[in-house]
Ligand binder design. Structure first.
Ligand SMILES: Nc1ncnc2c1ncn2[C@@H]1O[C@H](COP(=O)(O)OP(=O)(O)OP(=O)(O)O)[C@@H](O)[C@H]1O
Length: 326
């Protein structure tokens, strides 16, 4: 049963155009002209309750605009959005109680106050009873390993601690639909891992639905079975991460360890040769020839060990982002 339904969703921003001259500035003051930026174009998808979906795309592809329409911060130009049975831009309190939006590059916590004070403000806004509030802060604080930092002013926290505190603040009303825009932005590897682990645990413990954008592929591979890829405002892929790799990475790397060293000339008939060092040889093999090539290698040569690897996911996604084609 879908908890998020998006149908033919589009957003066109009007952007004022101004000549960079004094005359242009004066004209702009009296008579503005606009051009249209089609940030999101006829995007449709559905997400089931409890799914964790990665939302990928190069800079300016339309991810944040889509998240803003899903959370009711931006009014769509056309199309339909439903989240947990609500129309987001109506911003009804039942809707706001159900969702949260975390933007890695923006903070909601007040800089000079301890996190706990900001959390108390949120508890008042969401009408969370005191006992329940203390229970949730202790539970989330423990899951995020941040409990001992909650009484420190936010400005004294490290970047990783601040992100954890932001997550706590964004989740204290226990939303079931999480929109996360770059939640690990700028964090070191350890902090990224702990935020990822926390999100996984939150999803499992509360059966929460998560739509996540990240430029760190490790976030996506660790958390998402399904990905949506948006390019120039259009959805170009909706499916499994493995499916994306298979479609866009037509070759695999086959590495063999041989009983005795062979020259490149003896090996080149098996496919495009990569590195050959001593008894090790590497081949770049098209997906459709993989089985046949492996069978030939095993029958013709004295193979001690054989491994097949995918190209690095960053490389594959990078190609998709450059060309926008799958
Ligand atoms: N308020 C706005 N007014 C005009 N144009 C906008 C506005 N917000 C976004 N845009 C434009 O819409 C397009 C999509 O922007 P958006 O921020 O949604 O992309 P994104 O995929 O989130 O990019 P990034 O990964 O860099 O955050 C871009 O061309 C951007 O310049």
């Amino acid at each position: 049963m879908p908890i998020i339904t998006v149908e033919n969703l589009s957003k066109v921003y009007p952007v004022a155009v101004k000549e960079p001259t004094l005359a242009g500035t004066l004209l702009h003051f009296f008579r503005r002209t606009y051009r249209s930026v089609a940030a999101v174009q006829s995007v449709s998808f559905q997400i089931d309750a409890g799914e964790v979906v990665g939302f990928l795309g190069p800079n300016g592809a339309g991810k944040t605009t889509t998240l803003k329409m899903l959370t009711g911060l931006v009014y769509p130009s056309s199309g339909r959005v439903m989240v947990a049975g609500q129309v987001p831009f109506q911003r009804k309190s039942e809707f706001l109680q159900t969702i949260t939006l975390v933007m890695g590059q923006k903070q909601q916590l007040l800089w000079d106050l301890p996190t706990l004070d900001s959390l108390r403000i949120n508890a008042a806004v969401y009408g969370i009873p005191d006992r329940e509030f203390r229970h949730r802060v202790s539970e989330l604080g423990e899951m995020l390993s941040i409990t001992d930092k909650l009484t420190q002013p936010v400005r004294k926290l490290s970047l990783g601690e601040r992100m954890k505190a932001e997550l706590l603040a964004a989740l204290v009303h226990r939303p079931s639909v999480l929109f996360l825009d770059e939640p690990t932005l700028g964090l070191d590897v350890n902090a990224q891992v702990s935020v990822r682990e926390f999100l996984k645990e939150y999803n499992q413990r509360y059966q929460a639905t998560v739509l996540l954008t990240s430029h760190y592929m490790a976030d996506i591979t660790a958390l998402c079975q399904r990905v949506l890829v948006i390019y120039a405002g259009q959805l170009i892929y909706d499916g499994s991460l493995e499916g994306l790799l298979e479609r866009f990475a037509p070759c695999r790397e086959v590495t063999v360890e041989l009983g005795e060293a062979r020259s490149p000339e003896q090996l080149q008939s098996y496919g495009q040769l990569g590195e050959v060092t001593g008894r090790m040889a590497q081949f770049i093999v098209p997906q459709e020839k993989l089985t046949q090539t492996i069978a030939r290698l095993l029958s013709d040569l004295d193979v001690v060990d054989l491994t097949v690897t995918d190209p690095p996911i960053e490389e594959v996604i990078g190609k998709v982002f450059q060309t926008g084609t799958l």
